[in-house]
Design a protein around this ligand. Structure first.
Ligand code: DI6
Ligand code: FE
Length: 403
């Protein structure tokens, strides 16, 4: 049976493509889960006979937002550590004393798969409610083969529970687990040689990531992991230059990583290298804010190098306890100096590239997924302006109105 043709008309459309094209009044034609046509209403294909027509009343429409960096599957919170940080203890001090990521690890290991799912679901619901239709979810709090698999399976089940596309990233290289204390090289060898191939063969891994940092792993260790990923054809990503500069981003560029994330301490030369490799710079302003960081990412250098800049929540219990991409976009404008338009492109087109999904998502164009959002806003710049208010009116996921 032919799939139903839907016309969504009388909209102000922000395609979020490279030209940031706008159509007003604009229209979209969708057939099943795909966009068939998008443009100005007066250019609608002659003789088009939609099965259903929806008048959007002049509302703004953008692609479904994409949160390309989250750790949203976790158990418990680290509110106690936050209180300590407010009193002056640093994130690194807490990590070195066995708290931080290892404290979330203990909570995740102790949680059943169902508990982990139940605790994580509201965070994904919160993203969906504000127009996020694609989310990347990392593991990294299990730190055993069994518990990393548990986290990744929960990420997959969340995708079945809600109308959100989920991509999974193996971040076993997040911290050295107690079983390998003092032996980070042995741990990376195990992850590279055993865990990654096993979890990949189970269909649980869409990409691999590593926390390259003075409290995380070295560039050399990252290289080992990336070599294993390359053998399996798994794309790589990297947390780099967040708290210090180890030069991980240069390795990420050499390996053609999908994205390099954080980058507060990155240099202009590193921005250039990322641009040359087509690696997206993912900025995470909520973590910057919650860690009270002062060293800003080199936005001017990224811009002039032409590096794609994506914005994500980094939703995690330690450095970014929150689940609002709209807030992250607003923080990206105020804290990092992005324009509202750059923040919107960062949560759509560039975020899609950071996940290797640019052929299917991130812009409104014929052939792409019919994921789009109808907003209750008067000006497009309100996306990037509201700081703790959600103007999402409706979500269309794969051609279906889901909220
Ligand atoms: N960088 C981050 O911002 C998160 N992980 C990472 O590598 C923080 C994770 C945490 O503190 O739980
Ligand atoms: Fe992160």
């Amino acid at each position: 049976m032919a799939e139903t043709l839907h016309l969504w008309r009388n909209a102000r459309i922000a395609a979020c493509d490279a030209a940031m094209a706008r159509f007003a009044p604009g229209a979209l034609l969708t057939r099943g889960p795909r966009i068939e046509w998008v443009g100005a209403e007066r250019d609608l294909p002659a003789g088009c006979r939609p099965d259903e027509s929806h008048d959007l009343g002049g509302a703004w429409v953008t692609p479904g937002l994409i949160d390309c960096h989250t750790h949203l599957v976790f158990a418990g919170t680290r509110a106690g550590e936050y209180a300590e940080r407010l009193l002056g203890r640093s994130y690194q001090e807490i990590a070195r004393a066995g708290g931080g990521i290892l404290s979330s690890m203990r909570a995740v290991r102790a949680a059943s798969e169902q508990q982990l799912f139940d605790e994580s679901l509201p965070r994904l619901e919160s993203l969906l409610a504000e127009g996020v239709t694609t989310v990347e979810i990392k593991s990294g709090y299990g730190l055993t083969l069994k518990d990393e698999a548990k986290m990744l399976r929960v990420a997959r089940s969340l995708a079945r529970a809600l109308p959100v596309t989920v991509t999974t990233t193996l971040l076993a290289a997040h911290a050295v687990p107690p079983e390998y204390a003092g032996r980070p090289d042995a741990y990376i060898d195990e992850v590279a040689a055993e865990w990654l191939p096993t979890l990949h063969s189970e269909g649980l891994v869409d990409a691999v990531d590593i926390f390259c940092e003075n409290v995380g792993f070295s560039v050399k260790q990252a290289e080992k992991l990336f070599a294993s990923a390359a053998r399996l054809g798994v794309p790589v990503k990297m947390h780099a230059e967040q708290l210090s500069n180890l030069g991980g981003s240069l390795l990420a560029a050499r390996h053609g990583a999908l994205s390099c994330d954080h980058l507060e301490y990155a240099t202009a030369a590193e921005a250039q290298a990322l641009a040359g490799a087509g690696t997206v710079a993912v900025l995470l302003p909520v973590a910057f804010f919650c860690l009270a960081q002062e060293h800003e990412p080199p936005v001017a250098a990224l811009r002039s190098a032409g590096t794609g800049i994506a914005i994500a929540t980094d939703c995690n219990p330690g450095s970014a306890p929150g689940s609002s991409l709209l807030l992250a976009m607003s923080m990206a404008t105020r804290l990092f100096g992005l324009t509202c338009e750059e923040a919107l492109a960062g949560a759509t087109r560039h975020a899609a590239r950071a996940l290797g999904m640019q052929e299917e998502r991130g812009t409104l164009a014929a052939g792409k997924a019919a994921d789009f959002i109808v907003w209750r806003i008067g000006e497009l710049e309100e996306l990037g302006y509201w700081s703790g208010f959600n103007p999402c009116r409706s979500v269309v996921k794969a051609g279906r109105l889901v909220s």
